[in-house]
Write a protein that binds this ligand. Sequence first.
Ligand SMILES: NC(=O)c1ccc[n+]([C@@H]2O[C@H](COP(=O)([O-])OP(=O)(O)OC[C@H]3O[C@@H](n4cnc5c(N)ncnc54)[C@H](O)[C@@H]3O)[C@@H](O)[C@H]2O)c1
Length: 355
Amino acid sequence: MVCTDIHSALAPVLARYDQDQVVFVVDENLRSSSVLSRYFIGISSVLLPVHESQKSLETVQRIWDFFFESNLTRRGLVVAVGGGVLTDLAGFAAATYKRGVDCLNIPTTLLAMTDASTGGKTGFNYRGLKNSIGLFAPPVETLIWPGWLETLPPQQFLSGYAEMLKTGLVDVRRDDVRCTKGDGLWEALLRYDLDTTPLDALAPLIEACVAAKERVVAADPHEDGLRKVLNFGHTFGHALEEIQMVNGKSSNGKWLHGYAVLYGMIAELYLSVVKLGCPKEPLQQLTRLMTDYYGRPQCKCSDRAALIALMQQDKKNERAAQINCTLIRSVGDPVINQVITPAEAGEALDYLFSL
Ligand SMILES: NC(=O)c1ccc[n+]([C@@H]2O[C@H](COP(=O)([O-])OP(=O)(O)OC[C@H]3O[C@@H](n4cnc5c(N)ncnc54)[C@H](O)[C@@H]3O)[C@@H](O)[C@H]2O)c1
C-alpha cells in the first residue's frame, strides 16, 4: 500500500505483535534517517551494509544471528527497511528462520517500491549467479512511502524507473491506470519528465506499477506461467549483471540492476521486432530514454560468448542450455516461453552494443 505518512501506516501493524518480538533489519545508508531514529530506541535493530556484492549467504547468516541474539520467536515480526537487496535478504532470512516468521517490507528505493518488495520472491546470489538461492515468501504487508525517494541518488532512481518501464511494456490491463485517461501505463511513464516532473506526481505511477505486478502475481504466485511476463528484459539483463560479478567489477554506476534490465529490454525488444513483428516504436522510445538518461552499456566484444553462456544457465530456462525469454507482440501483449537460439541472442547483443 502507498501511504502518505509512514508512522501512521506502521503503527497498526506493529500493534499486532509483542514489542519485544519486533526486530528491524535496516539498510545502513538509512542510519541517519530521522524517520527511523525513533525505532532504533527500544526496538532491536541491525544495520546492514547494502550492496549487490553483499547479497550473499554470509549476510543471511548475519541476519539469522541477529534474530537468535534478539530471542525472536516464530510469533515475531521482521521489519525490512531498505532497497531490494535488503528486502530480498531479510525476507529470505525471515522465511527460513525457525521455519518462518512474518516479514513486513518498507522499501526505500524506487526499484524496491515498484518491484522487489511485492510478489514474495526472496533470496541471494550464489556461485556468481543472481538470486540462485531463494524461495517464495510473501511479506505480511508492504508499506510504500514515496518520501524516501528524496534522498535517493539519481542513478538509483533511474534504476527503479527502468523496472517501471518494464511493467509498462508488459502490463496487460491498459485501461486501468488511475493517473491517465484513455491510454496505458507505458504512455503515462513516457509522459513523466525525468528532468522536471516533481516526485509527488510519481505516486500514482508507483501505485499503478504495484497494482499491475500484484495482479500478475495473484494469478500466478509461483511463476508457473503468466508471471514470466515480469521477466521481460531479465534474460539479457541478468546475464549483463552477472558478467560484472564474473569479471569482478563493482555494480556501482551504470551497472545497477535496473540499468541491466533496461539494456536487456532493448535486446529483447529487438528480438520482439525480429521474431514477433512487434512495432519498432517502443524499441525507439526506450533507446531514446537510454541515450538521454542511462548511457550506453559498456561491454567488451569478448563478453559476448560469456553472456550467451550465462543466459544458457539462467534458472528461468525450462531446459538446460536453452535460452528462454519473454518477448512482446506489442505494448501490453507479452508472450512467455520464447526459445532463443545462441545465434539470435548474439544478434540481439550485437544490436545493443552497436547503439
Ligand atoms: N524480489 C524481487 O521480486 C525483485 C525484483 C526486482 C529486483 N530485485 C532485487 O533488488 C535488488 C536491487 O534493489 P535496489 O535497486 O533497491 O538496490 P539496493 O538495495 O542495492 O539499494 C540501492 C542503494 O540505495 C541505498 N538506499 C536505499 N534506500 C535509500 C534512500 N532512501 N536514500 C538513499 N539511499 C538509499 C542503498 O543503501 C544502496 O546503496 C537486486 O538484488 C535485485 O535482484 C528483487
